[in-house]
Design a protein around this ligand. Structure first.
Ligand code: FCB
Length: 435
């Protein structure tokens, strides 16, 4: 069977991680701009990052050279709304230009409205702890949709709610670096309401008929064997095993209108009506399998010292993408878009001026074979976004974790397409038939 012929082959990025220009043309500060000091490896900042804000034309030309059919990127909320109630036309103009450049290159733009860099003005009003955040987010969504929906069809409301809620407000590992585990239920509610309200706003205001989803993470559990019991166990663990960080906690209310036990006292029937909006696809960010997340072999007998891992130490588990697609399709019945998948590797420009990254080629190859397996079995998968198009600012890890198809020299900002970029170009050209 193989991949459908209009498959959304693409690559992804996020505003804070690539744009730079953190205080230019009227941009306001976000929590990652203003609060990161002392939290990021070697004191790195996103102030310049890949300087994509000034180099987007070069970057889109590279995407075109690679033959990307689509590109997933995020809008910086503080660039568009730098202060409460203020629209920054120059910020919006940047995204209009980017979208124009993409569509002229024949690349489908796929927009994420929130990829973690909350405006400071919103943070100062309580951020995700303040129930009003949902209305502020919906207003922002309306501004963006009004500006871009003559060319943008694909929308994702929020990237990885479980990650920024957990890391940002429970364990303090991500901006705004807070530790308030008791507030997790409230934050969940506010994020879900923001999602639901934004979906309504997109549908009410979009010029092109929109395709709307979100980009949660979580992972899939690989069953111990093919037996019916082990499969059932893996399903259960994939959906519910991780509690508030898991898939069902977020996706059951959003996609099915069903509340997990732990949210029943937090979310009312009224809320649920807002949260449970019809979606057009199920986006999913996946890197490894849930039963392989821990890095410590002592905690998990399935892990062993010296097993295949990425530069980030994440176990390489290609079957995870197969089970993620299959299990989520079974439960939510929506077409699947893999909104992120990729690996970090300590790449550098070699003596011949090229970046040879056979590990990444092999990673992409193996994961895509498993995705194809799902497609061949009838799972409706409509897109795959490799994370990331460019090496970039990996949050608290700074610049060391290179995920890109394109190498960025952070001293000169020179871009070099890696071998994996050319490999992926071939995959796209043959619609996966070369795998
Ligand atoms: C995901 C994030 C993305 C990037 C990758 C490696 O959790 O959405 O921004 O950091 O991991």
């Amino acid at each position: 069977m193989g991949f459908p012929k209009d498959f959304l082959w693409g690559s992804a990025s996020a505003a804070f991680q690539i744009e730079g220009a953190y205080n230019e043309d009227g941009k306001g500060l976000g929590i990652w701009d203003a609060l990161s000091e002392g939290h990021i490896r070697l004191g790195a900042t996103g102030n310049v990052a890949c300087d994509h804000y000034h180099r987007y034309k070069e970057d889109v030309a590279i995407m075109k050279e690679l033959g990307l059919k689509s590109y997933r990127f995020s809008i910086s909320w503080p660039r568009v709304i730098p202060k409460e109630g203020v629209i920054n036309e120059k910020g919006l103009a940047f995204y209009k230009d980017l979208v124009k450049e993409l569509t002229e290159a024949g690349i489908e733009p796929m927009v994420t409205l929130f990829h973690w860099n909350l405006p400071m003005w919103m943070h100062e009003k309580g951020g995700w702890l303040n129930p009003q955040v949902a209305d502020y987010f919906a207003e922002y969504a309306k501004v963006v949709v009004t500006a871009l929906s003559d060319k943008v069809k694909y929308w994702m409301t929020i990237n990885e709610p479980q990650l920024f809620a957990g890391a940002g407000y429970v364990d303090g590992g991500h901006a705004p670096f807070l530790k308030m585990p008791a507030m997790f239920g409230k934050i969940t509610r506010n994020i879900m309401l923001a999602h639901g309200k934004a979906v309504k706003v997109i549908r009410e205001n979009a010029l092109l008929t929109p395709m709307v989803g979100m980009a949660p993470t979580g992972s899939a559990v690989i069953p111990k064997s093919d037996s019916a019991e082990d499969l059932e166990q893996a399903r259960f663990e994939t959906y519910e095993g991780d509690g508030p960080n898991g898939n069902a906690w977020w996706a059951d209310p959003i996609c099915l209108g069903i509340l997990p036990e732990g949210l029943k006292k937090e979310i009312s029937a009224e809320d649920l009506k807002i949260i449970h909006q019809p979606l057009d696809f199920y986006g999913f960010n996946i890197y490894t399998a849930q039963n392989f997340w821990t890095q410590d072999p002592k905690q998990n007998p399935a892990l062993y010292d010296g097993m295949p891992r990425t530069g980030f130490d994440w176990a390489i588990k290609p079957e995870s993408i197969y089970y993620a697609a299959k299990f989520h399709y079974e439960r939510y019945g929506l077409p699947i878009i893999i909104t992120e998948n990729g690996m970090s590797n300590p790449d550098f420009v070699m003596l011949d001026g090229k970046v040879h990254d056979p590990q990444r080629i092999d990673y992409i190859h193996r994961y895509l074979l498993q995705l194809k397996r799902a497609v061949d079995e009838g799972v409706k998968v409509i897109g795959y976004q490799y994370w990331s198009i460019l090496d970039n600012m990996e949050w608290t890890e700074g610049y060391e974790r290179r995920f890109g198809l394109v190498h960025v020299d952070y001293q000169t900002l020179k871009r070099t397409i890696k071998d994996s970029g050319y490999f992926y170009a071939e995959v796209i050209k043959t619609n996966g038939e070369n795998l």
